[in-house]
Design a protein around this ligand. Structure first.
Ligand SMILES: [Zn+2]
Length: 198
């Protein structure tokens, strides 16, 4: 079937979104975009243009509209806690828990012993600079539970040990709402080791 060229272009662009196939793209185009008011379409266009102006916060490496992000400029947040993550997206995932009110630091990647990706991947100098300022008392490593995450945590723990900081890592455990019989052996073993009183 042949569609007007402008529609085909929209279909193929929408299909670049994760989980969107041709049928869904056609539905979005016909049921949404073609029915939207000019104002909505203009707003969408402007929002997409603004995405290009997003950049990394010069302080912590999270996404920001300005030179410094909303977290770094929010002085109601705890200024002595620093949570280390490996991508800006994870900052927002942690924020959605509403459990953390300190500051963040986004590494530029993780160590990968198998690929030979070393410490130059982490952007370590910036982190050490921040920590040497003496304003932080606690560092929380919120990195993946993977070979790369484990290697990076061990490396950072060693690098930071000479600083007067309380360094911890996110706990590993049984997923909320799951039955023990369906939890894999590795997760169960880590949950046992990291067990806590209640
Ligand atoms: Zn920031």
């Amino acid at each position: 079937m042949q569609y007007p060229r402008s529609l085909e272009k929209i279909f193929s662009l929408l299909q670049k979104l994760p989980g969107v196939g041709r049928r869904t793209a056609q539905r979005y185009a016909f049921d949404m975009l073609l029915r939207w008011s000019d104002k909505n379409l203009e707003d969408l266009k402007a929002a997409i243009d603004e995405i290009k102006r997003l950049h990394l916060c010069q302080e912590c490496g999270c996404l920001a509209d300005e030179a410094v992000c909303l977290f770094c400029t929010n002085h109601t947040r705890r200024q002595d806690q620093l949570c280390i993550v490996s991508s800006p997206k994870e900052v927002f995932t942690l924020e959605s828990t509403r459990e953390y009110t300190g500051l963040y630091h986004v590494l530029s990647g993780l160590l990968s012993p198998l690929d030979g990706r070393g410490e130059e991947r982490l952007g370590l100098a910036k982190l050490i600079n921040r920590l040497q300022s003496g304003r932080f008392r606690e560092v929380i490593l919120a990195l993946d539970s993977s070979l790369e995450g484990d290697a990076t945590c061990l490396f950072l723990k060693e690098k930071l040990q000479h600083l007067p900081l309380n360094v911890s890592r996110l706990a590993f455990g049984i997923p909320v709402g799951s039955s023990l019989e369906f939890v894999d052996g590795g997760t169960l073993a880590r949950a046992l080791v990291a067990r806590g009183s209640f």
